[in-house]
Design a protein around this ligand. Structure first.
Ligand SMILES: Nc1ncnc2c1ncn2[C@@H]1O[C@H](COP(=O)(O)OP(=O)(O)O)[C@@H](O)[C@H]1O
Ligand SMILES: [Mg+2]
Length: 309
């Protein structure tokens, strides 16, 4: 397995649960989407996978393993693995860029670890990738600093930096949010080509079901830190079983529901299905609802039969 998440639960320091319990395993080359609205815990899961939880959040239970290495415990092996075999594209590209370092120096970061390629040679090798990502390759652009380029360009610089390492597994946190639709389409095709030709796999975080359908085979629907529904992408998106997934689907088809309400803050979420306060299809059994917890232990979802994942 390239990624194994076992019984993971993330909590705040006041013990309020933010995410989980969650089990997930990804075989090499698997393409999995994680969808859900803001505040659901998507970025925290990405950070937990990388072993980089922010202050105020801790692993209350469970563990994360990538390529056989514990990601939730510091080690030399983890350090070597990160960005080389398992790479993370953070939601905010500025998290990955140093504002005082020129774009070209970010792009040649790799040879600092793998000497002794010359910087010009590395930039030359990266040219096709930069072109694929529609990034300028002239020195005027390459000498700029991160704050001197657009948000979309920053996102693509981070993607180029990440892909240049030839990782086997990517954790992409909303990587297309700052890209215009045409560029987004090209990026999705580039990624699918890397999957087909190089066996690249990913956990792709997005709130856009159309993106999920284009680049993944399986999907997890997260809401309020719990997985509400999981299964093959086609099935879940074509015939969603959970009312929340149906609502997401309507929104992706340009028919956002008029039902109001927001995701409850952590600590104020109800027992059972976290979507209950906003759901118009609640039943008495929703109180006993348990989240999907992975293939070994499937939760009870809306009293409907479970799909194999
Ligand atoms: N450092 C932190 N300390 C306390 N709570 C946090 C911290 N980071 C995130 N959270 C909370 O965890 C929940 C999930 O956050 P996040 O993973 O960023 O959501 P998403 O990426 O799905 O929008 C939110 O309710 C958020 O407020
Ligand atoms: Mg996020």
């Amino acid at each position: 397995m390239s990624l194994l998440i076992h019984n993971l639960e993330l909590c705040r320091h006041d013990k309020v649960s933010l995410l989980g319990p969650l089990n997930l395993s990804l075989e090499p080359g698997a393409r999995v989407a994680l969808v859900g609205e803001s505040g659901s815990g998507k970025s925290l899961l990405a950070q937990a996978i990388m072993g980089m939880l922010p202050p105020g959040v801790h692993l209350a239970r469970g563990c994360v393993e990538a390529f056989g290495c514990r990601m939730d415990q510091p080690s030399q092996a983890r350090q070597t693995l990160r960005q080389r075999r398992i790479a993370w594209v953070p939601q905010d590209p500025l998290m990955a860029l140093n504002p005082l370092v020129q774009i070209q120096d970010h792009l040649v970061l790799r040879p600092w670890v793998h000497p002794p390629e010359s910087r010009q040679k590395v930039l030359e090798q990266m040219r096709p990738l930069l072109e694929h990502l529609h990034l300028p390759t002239d020195s005027n652009f390459l000498r700029r600093f991160p704050l001197e380029i657009s948000g979309g360009q920053r996102q693509r610089v981070v993607l180029a930096m990440t892909l240049a390492w030839n990782p086997e597994l990517l954790v992409l946190d909303e990587p297309t949010s700052a890209l215009d639709p045409e560029l987004q389409q090209e990026f999705l095709s580039l990624m699918n080509a890397l999957h087909r030709e190089g066996g690249l796999g990913w956990l792709w975080i997005t709130h856009d079901l159309n993106v999920a359908a284009a680049v993944t085979d399986r999907v997890l629907v997260l809401y309020g830190g719990k997985v509400l529904e999981a299964g093959p992408c086609g099935e879940v998106l074509e015939s969603p079983r959970h009312p929340y997934t149906r609502r997401l689907r309507e929104a992706s088809q340009g028919e956002p529901s008029t039902e109001g309400g927001f995701l409850d803050a952590p600590g104020r979420r109800p027992a059972g299905c976290p979507f209950r306060p906003r759901c118009q299809e609640t039943q008495p059994t929703c109180v006993e609802w348990r989240p999907w917890q992975g293939s070994s232990e499937m939760g009870i979802r809306c009293n409907q039969s479970l799909r194999p994942y």
